[in-house]
Design a protein around this ligand. Structure first.
Ligand code: J5X
Ligand code: AKG
Ligand code: FE2
Length: 343
């Protein structure tokens, strides 16, 4: 049973923080979606780019450790997920977001719920709305799929379940390599990567065509709560990560590769050795709808996370925290959540 959704139950949201705009019905950007121009909005000229890790490389452990330490995000190639699985999942996401607004609302996330159609969870922390609609899956999507397509929900379920299965295997492989790079023993590793126990979520993201993209925000800056996130961003760019000293760096999609980023839990576990990378999505002029699929791999919801990669000379920077408690803290403190568990 995936009980991650329970962790969100105590933090109900107002409907206006859940219901997306009917993007098909607007010809101009409403005031509610106009973000103040920010000087940091334009990406830096210096276009450095995130590292690429080849999972077939005999040095994968070293490469992945270095990528996590220096960037907290990397492209992964030779990841073993066939292109048609990625294509199919993308086209199911497209089919979902192409439904008329009224039909999508039938699968609206409930105020105390975690799954279904709606605005990004972080919406209440910003006074402007994002140019975004999402669909969150935890475990089987069947209930919401039935609401969307009463007579024809099976294809969506099969594709999404298959996608999650493949992503889980990949996330476990990645976690293994990453924890090895921190010199953890097999025993310690198997406590973190206990297959069966992990709590996971899949987020389908849509950034519809926008008549005035320079004035909107696709997805506001945030870090993921996960251990790690595996992102498929298909072919359209827009994802940017914030790198100290470099500013906003564009993460362009490359054919069939996946983007992996360090989330808050891996940052804690690594005792801050790996940065939980801040990222956002911006929109460009004359750009078609952008879709992305983010798979969040988390520790079991009742397990505790604490800094593990400690040698004798290093002191822990964070206290131990359960997944449930951290989700609780972050639900009311988006950016400062980590400061609550700092020692
Ligand atoms: C398991 C998760 C992870 C969530 C919450 C919950 C379901 C949806 C995820 C996202 C997806 C979009 C960005 C984010 C910041 C958001 O608003 O919702 C993510 C958030 C997190 O990483 O905290
Ligand atoms: O759409 C993207 O490229 C990023 C999505 C994201 O950051 C998320 O779902 O957490
Ligand atoms: Fe994210």
């Amino acid at each position: 049973m995936n009980t991650l959704s329970e962790a969100y139950r105590d933090h109900p949201l107002h409907l206006h923080h859940i219901i997306p705009l009917d993007f098909d019905s607007v010809r101009t950007v409403p005031e509610s979606h106009v973000w103040p121009p920010s000087p940091a909005f334009e990406p830096d000229d210096d276009q450095s780019s995130i590292p690429t890790v080849d999972l077939m490389d005999p040095d994968a452990v070293k490469l992945i450790g270095h990528a996590c330490e220096t960037w907290g995000v990397f492209h992964v190639i030779n990841h073993g997920i066939p292109m048609d699985i990625l294509d199919e999942a993308e086209s199911e996401a497209r089919r979902l977001f192409s439904l008329p607004a009224g039909q999508k609302l039938r699968a609206l996330r409930s105020p105390a719920g975690a799954t279904g159609y709606g605005l990004a969870r972080i919406s209440p922390f910003f006074n402007k709305n994002m140019w975004h609609e999402g669909f969150t899956v935890m475990g089987s999507p069947i209930d919401h799929a039935r609401e969307l397509w009463p007579d024809d929900y099976q294809r969506f379920c099969d594709v999404i379940e298959d996608y999650q299965k493949k992503m889980k295997e990949l996330a476990e492989t990645l976690m293994h390599l990453i924890l090895k790079s921190l010199d953890l023993s097999e025993e310690e590793i198997s406590k973190v990567v206990s297959s069966g126990g992990a709590s996971t979520a899949l987020q389908l993201n849509s950034y519809p065509f926008c008549p005035d993209p320079s004035r909107v925000m696709g997805l506001a800056p945030h870090t993921d709560t996960s251990l790690l996130t595996v992102l498929y961003q298909s072919t359209i760019d827009g994802l940017q990560i914030f790198k100290d000293g470099a500013g906003w760096v564009l993460v362009s999609p490359t054919n069939g590769s996946l983007v992996v980023n360090v989330g808050d839990f891996l940052h804690i576990l690594s005792n801050a050795r790996f940065p939980n990378v801040i990222h956002r999505v911006v929109l460009k002029e004359n750009q078609k709808q952008r879709l992305s699929l983010a798979y969040f791999y988390n520790p079991p919801v009742d397990s505790h996370v604490s800094p593990l990669a400690l040698n004798s000379a290093r002191i822990p920077l964070y206290r131990s925290v359960s997944v449930r408690e951290y989700v609780d803290i972050k639900a009311s403190n988006l950016e400062k959540a980590l400061s609550f568990i700092r020692i």
